[in-house]
Design a protein around this ligand. Structure first.
Ligand code: GLA
Length: 377
């Protein structure tokens, strides 16, 4: 064989090998399966794993089995540079101290239940009062502080499941919960929740990611649109009064995009109670499918986040209780350095018969979906 045919053979062999391996020189290599590393143990000695989901465009989500926490979420800015848009810590230890619930799955009941009690079929259930006189985010040890079982479905999708035993945190019924995270090629973090029970119970699952689309600084310059004509005003303890109030003429009107900072310091009773925004908006819905709930734009990085959900409510919380004592990923989590958009049923629904119901019966399946979709302007 002469030199040039030997070279041609070498090149075609290489091309064949690359084709067989499914890579091309131009496209970023996509791992064959979501990668997994061990991330230490809980104080009780339960091992915790950290999974990395990567999409074909290089975006990346890291999710750990403790709390089903979204540890990091890297998406492009307008120049294509990847940046981490969620608050979090560098190691498991950071997540084991008392919670701001960074990135976690919240359950069995997201947000507050007034007086830490509710009745179901004539029986009263007394829950932990872990937020003043009220019950918050599932109690002393909610779903955010449990180790979930993980099953990777693909390089871009991870299924987590957790069995919450009858009587755990005083809730009735063995509740079998599944949460699937998928990072799509359209830069969407899709979260699908499902649950079944063997005894009538209440369920309200959400994710408590704290976003900062710039990945640094405060979030007061982020522009927010919320698709809601009404919100649920609260009392001093942040329990809804039961009224669905029009947002018109209030600092809660985000039907046209406004910056978070524009009205947050107004002398409005509701803003004073929440020390900023920490309220549930009643989403304008046309059906039961996935509909746009909100859109947030950071003019600096150009990043845009749209929130789509099947849920009736959205808790928009502006990190009012962050006070600079927590640090992680090279950032100090100062007041209003991140915001949450927790899709949900309304707070205190078990005590508010007029709110959309949160009761789950044996034989029925609880199913909700929320999508955080990232793009740029
Ligand atoms: C939710 C609540 C807030 C606060 C945070 C966690 O958003 O509504 O009041 O408890 O969780 O700090």
């Amino acid at each position: 064989m002469d030199k040039s045919s030997a070279r041609t053979l070498r090149i075609s062999t290489l091309a064949l090998a690359m084709a067989l391996l499914g890579c091309s020189s131009r496209e970023p290599a996509v791992p064959a399966a979501s990668t997994k590393i061990s991330w230490g143990n809980t104080p009780e000695g339960q091992p915790v794993e950290l999974y990395t989901l990567t999409n074909a465009k290089g975006s990346e989500a890291r999710i750990m089995t403790y709390g089903g926490v979204v540890v990091s979420l890297k998406v492009p800015d307008r120049s294509g540079a990847l940046g981490d848009v969620v608050a979090g810590f560098d190691n498991l230890e950071g997540y084991l101290t008392p919670p701001p619930y960074f990135g976690a799955i919240i359950g069995r009941y997201g947000n507050r239940i007034g007086g830490g009690r509710f009745s179901l079929r004539g029986k009263e259930y007394m829950l932990a009062k872990n937020n003043g006189a009220n019950h918050l985010h599932g109690g002393m040890r909610g779903f955010d502080k449990r180790v979930w079982s993980a099953k990777p479905l693909s390089p871009q999708s991870l299924e987590l499941s957790y069995l919450s035993k009858d009587g755990e945190e005083a809730y009735p019924g063995n509740l079998s919960a599944t949460v699937t995270y998928t990072l799509t090629d359209a830069h969407e973090l899709r979260i699908e929740y499902s649950a079944t029970t063997d005894k009538e119970t209440v369920v309200n699952l959400t994710n408590h990611s704290y976003f900062n689309l710039a990945g640094e600084g405060d979030i007061l310059g982020h522009q927010v649109m919320i698709q809601a004509d009404r919100f649920t005003p609260v009392d001093k303890g942040l329990i809804p009064t039961g009224v669905l109030k029009s947002v018109a003429g209030t600092p809660f009107d985000f039907r046209m995009a406004k910056t978070i900072g524009e009205r947050i310091e107004q002398k409005d009773e509701q803003l004073i109670f929440g020390q900023g925004y920490d309220h549930n908006w009643v989403l304008n819905r046309t059906g039961s499918g996935l509909e746009t709930a909100a859109k947030v734009t950071d003019p600096k990085s150009g990043r845009v986040m749209e929130v789509l959900t099947t849920e009736p409510g959205l808790q928009f919380y502006t990190g009012n209780f962050l006070d600079g004592t927590l640090q992680g990923k090279g950032r100090v989590y100062t007041r209003r350095s991140a915001f949450c958009m927790e899709t949900q049923h309304f707070p205190d629904s078990p005590n508010k018969p007029a709110f959309p119901p949160t009761v789950l019966k044996p034989g029925d399946t609880y199913r909700t979906t929320t999508v955080y979709r990232f793009s740029t302007i």
